[in-house]
Design a protein around this ligand. Structure first.
Ligand SMILES: Nc1nc2c(ncn2[C@@H]2O[C@H](COP(=O)(O)OP(=O)(O)O)[C@@H](O)[C@H]2O)c(=O)[nH]1
Ligand SMILES: [Mg+2]
Length: 313
């Protein structure tokens, strides 16, 4: 049953933040990004590895990657697809749930204020986000229609504002990823860095979103066919796929290392010694030295004896 918008109870959502959510409008590049990311993580040679929660998801990602390598773009995502991954990073495993859903649901939930079953399910995922990756096609901000730009501008601002205002949402890492940089690198260069580009196009994202990290990525490169259409070309490596995920994973891990309550001291970390070398214990050189205490005691006894003898006279 989807979460109602008024269901927040302080601390309740925080404890259930167990997923990384990938957000993006229609054709932002979610399916291509996710499939290529999974393919890379499955190979597991980047310090981060992943295993799909079920065989169907593994197969779907591999089929999409196979299609891309044959010059075919994936078909538009028909329904919401919930992908469960076990991600291993720095010898820690974390369960990550990634949601690839049709962009129309995103529009209904964030722009049109729709509260139908699908929109509420999407909002529930966002309310349970331990991290968020927001995919934005820079070309849409430049040349999209007003309605298309509204999805990225108003829609993304709404999404990040919702994360920040929900309990525990202030510290949720949000990675903003500019997709298709292979094609639109010039647009970004004209503005400066990917962050400069985003700050100039969607300043409200930073006003409402607090701390965000902006990345550039190209899940595939393209080559042009005879009539100028972009054909995926996977011979050249993808760029910027892992970094946004790594950023989220590190922030989630850091947050989980922080003690739950300010009154509770942090659990001391047990660090396994690299070598078994016995340490030389040096006594602390603090306080009054022992010889001074002994001398003082002898002097005191002598003084008492003298006083007793004098009084006895
Ligand atoms: N140049 C380039 N185009 C891409 C890339 N990823 C996606 N595209 C284009 O964007 C379209 C939509 O991508 P898709 O992943 O299906 O978007 P989704 O609707 O967000 O899942 C594709 O059909 C391609 O034309 C990329 O890395 N580079
Ligand atoms: Mg899709």
């Amino acid at each position: 049953m989807p979460l109602e918008l008024t269901d927040w109870t302080e601390g309740q959502i925080d404890a259930r933040r167990d997923r990384i959510v990938i957000l993006g409008r229609r054709r932002a590049g979610k399916t291509v990004f996710l499939s290529r990311l999974y393919q890379k993580l499955w190979q597991g040679n980047e310090g981060v590895s992943a295993r799909a929660g079920d065989g169907a998801m593994h197969e779907r990602c591999m089929e999409i990657c196979e299609g891309l390598s044959q010059g075919k773009w994936p078909a538009a995502t028909a329904g919401s697809i919930l992908s469960e991954l076990e991600i291993t990073h720095d010898e820690h495993s974390i369960q990550v749930v990634i949601l690839d859903y049709p962009g129309e649901v995103f529009r209904r939930a964030f722009v049109d204020g729709g509260r139908d079953e699908q929109s509420l399910t999407l909002l529930e995922h966002i309310d349970r986000a331990a991290g968020a990756i927001m995919l934005i096609d820079p070309d849409n901000l430049e040349g999209g229609s007003t309605a298309e730009q509204v999805d990225d501008d108003y829609g993304m601002v709404q999404a990040v504002d919702r994360i920040r205002k929900s309990p525990g949402g202030a510290s949720v890492p949000v990675a903003v990823v500019l997709t298709k940089c292979d094609e639109h690198v010039q647009l970004i260069r004209e503005a400066g860095t990917p962050r400069d580009f985003m700050e100039s196009r969607i300043p409200n994202l930073f006003r409402y979103g607090g701390k965000l990290r902006v990345f550039g990525s190209s899940a595939v490169r393209i080559r042009r066919d005879a009539i100028g259409r972009g054909i995926p070309n996977t011979e050249k490596p993808a760029r910027g796929l892992i970094e946004p995920l790594r950023y989220c994973l590190r922030a989630i891990k850091l947050a989980s290392d922080v003690p739950a309550s300010p009154h509770q001291p942090p659990t001391p970390k047990v660090i396994a010694p690299a070598y078994n070398i016995p340490s030389r214990v040096t006594p602390a050189r603090r306080g009054i030295p022992t010889w001074a205490i002994v001398c003082g005691a002898v002097a005191l006894v002598f003084l008492i004896v003298v006083i007793v003898l004098v009084l006895a006279d």
